[in-house]
Design a binder for this molecule. Structure first.
Ligand code: ADP
Ligand code: MG
Length: 245
């Protein structure tokens, strides 16, 4: 049985169909990439999965159980969590406290601070545990965001453009982290706006365009898919950043 399934998901915002009849499944332990041009509906699809938005139609199943309509903290408690595309940590909390907020959100941590400390160490920010986030580089902010979700002790992690706005070195660090997370047995579902380095960590790739799933396959198949190439024609090489969470 797949660990995560979407069944005919549709999200309508007034007249805009942001996600249109999308079905997919992700196996336990798999790393799946989700790509598509700006405005394709990638972040909206992730928000349907994590309970930020309720789908207009369709269902989401986690480990065979329906989670459609549950609140984000309830879904997090069941082991599924997402990083935000735009990272906004609590400015007046330390890094440790920020990560501990994640542990609390996950629900059953008996020692949120210990779990937060472990997560900070995993992302390489333990030496800054007592600092505040305003001192962090963009790359470090992204790693703090990863620590926050790992502190929830998830089984499935969704990353929304976690390498967006990063330089080559910072991107390489993030890819290494995602590889480590995957090697620890977590199921990973990640959005990337452009067909780039994150493709290299994906076992399979889904492509959204205009709210519709237009292709699924291995990274290699996707890179050579004519419909996918056409979907990206006319795009700015560096894209823009769409709405936040
Ligand atoms: P992507 O993440 O692929 O760039 P989004 O999921 O952010 O795309 O957006 C898909 C479409 O849905 C866009 O046209 C966007 O303007 C629209 N959209 C996203 N969120 C909302 C919202 N909360 N209200 C209205 N329209 C939205
Ligand atoms: Mg987005």
């Amino acid at each position: 049985m797949p660990l995560l399934e979407g069944e005919r998901l549709t999200k309508n915002f007034g007249g805009i169909v942001a996600v249109n009849d999308v079905s997919f499944s992700v196996e336990r332990g798999e790393t799946v990439g989700l790509i598509g041009p700006n405005g394709a509906g990638k972040s909206t699809l992730f928000r349907l999965i994590t309970g930020v938005h309720e789908p207009t139609e369709g269902r989401v199943l986690l480990d065979g159980e329906e989670i459609t309509g549950l609140a984000p903290h309830e879904i997090c408690h069941r082991g599924l969590v997402k990083t935000h595309q735009i990272v906004r940590p609590f400015e007046n909390l330390t890094l440790l406290e920020n990560a501990a907020v994640g542990a609390e959100f996950g629900g059953d941590a008996d020692d949120p601070e210990a779990r937060a400390a472990e997560a900070l160490e995993f992302v390489g920010l333990d030496h800054l545990a007592e600092s505040e986030p305003d001192e962090l580089s963009v790359g470090a902010l992204k790693r703090l965001e990863i620590a926050r979700v790992l502190a929830t002790d998830p089984e499935v992690v969704l990353f929304d453009e976690v390498a967006g706005g990063l330089d080559t070195d910072e991107t390489a660090e993030i890819i290494e982290l995602i590889n480590d997370i995957s090697e620890r047995g977590k199921t990973v579902f990640l959005i990337d706006h452009v067909m780039r380095a994150l493709m290299s960590v994906s076992d399979s790739v889904f492509v959204l365009d205009n709210g519709e799933l237009i292709a699924t396959g291995t990274p290699e198949e996707i890179q050579n898919d004519q419909r996918v190439i056409e979907a990206y024609l006319g795009e700015q090489p560096d894209g823009g950043v769409a709405a936040g969470d």
